[in-house]
Design a protein around this ligand. Sequence first.
Ligand code: GDP
Ligand code: IMO
Ligand code: MG
Length: 436
Amino acid sequence: MSNIVVIGTQWGDEGKGKVVDVLAEKASIVVRFQGGNNAGHTMVVGGESFISHLIPSGILHPDKLCLIGNGVVVDPGVLIQEITDLQERGITVGPHNLLVSENAHLIMPYHRLVDQGRERLKGDKKLGTTGRGIGPCYEDKVTRRGIRFCDLIDPGVFEEKLSSVLPEKNFYLKELLKSETIDQASILNEYLRYAEILLPHVANVSLVLSHAVKAGDHILFEGAQGTHLDIDHGTYPFVTSSNTVAGNACSGTGIGPTQIHGVIGMVKAYTTRVGSGPLPTELNDETGDRIQQRGAEFGATTGRRRRCGWLDAVVVRNSARINSLTGLAITKLDVLSGLETLRICTAYRYKQERLTEFPSALKVLEACEPIYEELPGWSDDITGIHDQDDLPVNAKRYIRRIEELVETPVQIVSVGPGREQIIMLQDPFDNGLYRL
Ligand code: GDP
Ligand code: IMO
Ligand code: MG
């Protein structure tokens, strides 16, 4: 038995969906532990593209159990839509292969309105959220005013909880955000309809995982966003509202830390970011445009253009420490093909100082200039390569250099969006820290 966490090391969109889909082959269970439908995870199978926002990226494998843990904030309307969309495409989804934690918090219509209203009010200073109500939902969770899946079981309980929070929400929406308000009856009607559809999927996810652990199954924990969007460790306040780091795989699902045997850090071969906030290696030039176009860097959730830059090893090294990474998965290496010279940021220049660690203060980070080292590029098309020996020598050199700078072995290299476009250097399930 070997349980593996997959997390993003940068600012999200590193290709977690693709790698989780590939690794799911060897696992019995894939479980999401944080975030919500701010995530957009892409899987490409047989030339067909699937984007999942809430459903774990194991769902295309018919025999895998997909779980949504208590740490996820769930918009039930989106979950139902996702289930329906998959079913319409011939994928079987039912309570036998998709369960959601009874402790997971529900995203309510007022969460979305608050999220969007606040962003509108902030104007130029907006965070660039996805507008899905993620932050306001986590906010209610922490201030103990949230509504959970278990509250949907009894309509009386749901109504009581709703009526205790709604007047305050409507007051805030109307008076401060100058936004529309929502009527209680319409929410009740909508959510009790959702309950009918989703209640068969509601379960004690912690218990399901505990049985799987006892049975010796492999479990894959699928992170969303990335370490530098983490509420504690990211570029605060330009972050999301959950802990995106591997440590949260435990609290977000109800499993103890001794059951985690490996942590894979997803590293895009360059850097991207959607929304506002610092990005030290950002390229506002032709090379940046080229990477953006070749990498088709548009958000899978909001369709926004992703900002692009060179690989930042300070960022990835920071993630290696915070997440105790045991391996790296490098994605989109193919996008760099054809660039004569590649750059990797190895440190920052801040005033007269050379910083080798990622700074916490936003003002310092914003004033940092990347210090680069250059590596020779390669021109060959690498999208059909399955064996590391067939990679161009400079591509190998680029991978080895990342490994050295981050002091973590590269286990997986992805050379295209398709499920089969992968080079496995080391099987993460056979190289956990220890196995029972
Ligand atoms: P996630 O949020 O981490 O799951 O990543 P996204 O799905 O938001 O973004 C990654 C994008 O890159 C998707 O469009 C993937 O299909 C695509 N992708 C993943 N791996 C590769 C790769 O190795 N090469 C190329 N060219 N595209 C990839
Ligand atoms: P995946 O899982 C990239 C960003 C938003 C915004 C900030 C806060 O696909 O990698 P939020 O709606 O979470 O309050 O927005 O976080 N963000 C992501 N960026 N990938 C994601 O998820 C993201 N989820 C949120 O763009 O800057
Ligand atoms: Mg994404």
